[in-house]
Design a protein around this ligand. Sequence first.
Ligand code: ADP
Ligand code: MG
Length: 396
Amino acid sequence: MAFTKKTVRDIDVAGKKVLMRVDFNVPLKDGVVTDDTRVRAAIPTIKYLKDNGAAIILMSHLGRPAGTGFEAAYTLRPAAEKLAELTGYDVKFIEDTYGDEAAKACADLKPGEILVLENVRFLKAEKKNDPEVAKKLASYADIFVLDAFGTAHRAQGSVVGPAAFIPAVAGFLLEKEVDTLTSIFAEPARPFVAVVGGSKVSSKIGVLDHLIDSADTLIIGGGMAYTFFLAKGYSVGKSLQEPDWIERAGEMLKKAEEKGCQILLPIDNVCADHFGEDAEGVVFDSDKIPDDMMGMDIGPKTTELYCDAVKKAATVFWNGPMGVFEIDQFAKGTEAVARAIADSDCTSIIGGGDSVAAINKFGLADKMSWISTGGGASMELVEGKALPGVEALLDA
Ligand code: ADP
Ligand code: MG
């Protein structure tokens, strides 16, 4: 599916002031950026705007400040410094967002120059999507660019606000994320195999529901598998389970059958008598989990079955680990499935914070076709929802 909104390519930016909402919500330790993925992801659009003669004003949130003014722990200065380091560009930073100082710095900005404003969440107005604040931000520039995919699902001031006052278009990251995560539903190369795991069915029900409509095979692993087992009448011992969701899980299985989507559930499981690093893993078939044990990972027979299924796929979408991958001895199922995806020629799309952490832990990131930079936003797209930030942009 082609992206249906205007992008920076569709608009003349030469000599214009461009206000761009990026996602520089980076992890910090002692004032140093510990993972620069999000800063890197914004560089192609920044470079394009600079090369095409725009003056670039960047804004973002970082963390969860109280919204009552400046807090040193959440300043965007380290992110601005990281951008300068990664690009070699001269990047200006101003400790102001909505005040006269920010307005003056924006007014003085020349074509090709880059200015980073302070954290938009230092005022509560951001989260409240206060139109006065949006108007103020829009007054800094001629054009608004949204490239903050990670917050595009939030109808907040700096994400959706300026679009009401100045022409608003997408940056390259936003375009690529939305295009990739929606095209798997529109026209996936088949077979399309979806792999869904993680802890809870309740948090993934919308994802499962939408994937069943589109995928040829849906592989289920992780803690959520046990609620499906309960729906099938198995007992699951002390495994993670959501009794209130058994009925919905059963409905999913029925819907999949009706839609011709094959569902694969674990046939064996690595179980332990308690949750912890020191727990000993013992394998049980899915209908024979003892009352005093809990499932921690998919078992060896399941791992083989799942790897075979992903090897045959032309498209794989993966969200949610197959087991408690944070503990090495229960990471084997997740790692094996991740390697099978990495080693195959399929188009592989990975979404979800913990899934991305798992892929990084195994050093397989380079072998995947696309790793989404947005946890919540990517899940909303996979649920089939529209993102407010994208909706607000000009139609192509
Ligand atoms: P993502 O962030 O990729 O969407 P989730 O947040 O849904 O993934 O789930 C990740 C969590 O699920 C991990 O912390 C992992 O330990 C947990 N998990 C996976 N399998 C199990 C299991 N069998 N029992 C308990 N927790 C599990
Ligand atoms: Mg998670």
